[in-house]
Write a protein that binds this ligand. Structure first.
Ligand SMILES: *[C@@H]1O[C@H](CO)[C@@H](O)[C@H](O)[C@H]1NC(C)=O
Ligand SMILES: *[C@@H]1O[C@H](CO)[C@@H](O)[C@H](O)[C@H]1NC(C)=O
Length: 163
């Protein structure tokens, strides 16, 4: 369910993050101005509020997290197992209070009987832009308990904030 492009950009971002960490923490040949810019980006707190898009062009708009880390939002998927009209679906989640927080959220699909939950973490690119690296489980409803073995899919999404 994941495009090769999505996989590549994720890998590349991990590589960039590693470079950024080395530059900031071990010093090196960068100019002082560049060093300060990179370190400022690394220190920035991940802000979930806004609209995010993933490698499948699905998007979600998240509210600002409350003090306890609770947030909500809406999800527009571009992919579906069902041959039905896709309807904007509600989302709720939690984030930890860390600079690059672990997160979890669940979407209650309004066009099917399925539920998807994502867990992941927010990181920053060397430019300071946040992105979410997540793993999801999609649970489809089955008619009887004996069919549970066929009920659950797993995948990965990378989200970038666009607004
Ligand atoms: C989000 O997805 C919906 C449904 O595909 C689309 O209509 C909307 O324009 C998208 N929003 C953004 C900001 O890309
Ligand atoms: C999907 O829905 C469209 C519109 O209702 C219909 O024309 C098409 O045959 C459906 N496809 C399948 C595979 O059911």
């Amino acid at each position: 369910m994941r495009t090769p492009e999505g996989t590549d950009s994720g890998t590349q971002l991990f590589a960039h993050s590693g470079t950024m960490k080395k530059t900031c923490c071990a010093g090196g040949v960068q100019t002082l101005a560049l060093l300060l810019a990179l370190c400022a980006a690394a220190r920035a707190q991940c802000d979930l509020e806004g609209t995010w898009i993933n490698e499948l062009n699905s998007n979600m708009t998240l509210s600002k997290a409350e003090g306890n880390g609770l947030f909500s939002g809406v999800y527009n998927t571009r992919v579906s197992l069902m041959n039905t009209t896709i309807i904007t679906s509600p989302l709720v989640g939690y984030q930890q209070s860390l600079k690059e927080p672990t997160i979890g959220f669940t979407v209650n699909w309004k066009f099917s009987g399925s539920i998807t939950s994502w867990v992941g973490q927010c990181f920053h690119t060397p430019q300071g832009d946040p992105f979410l690296v997540t793993t999801w489980l999609l649970r489809s409803q089955v008619g009887k308990v004996e069919d549970t073995w066929t009920s659950t899919r797993v995948g990965q999404d990378v989200f970038f904030r666009i607004m």
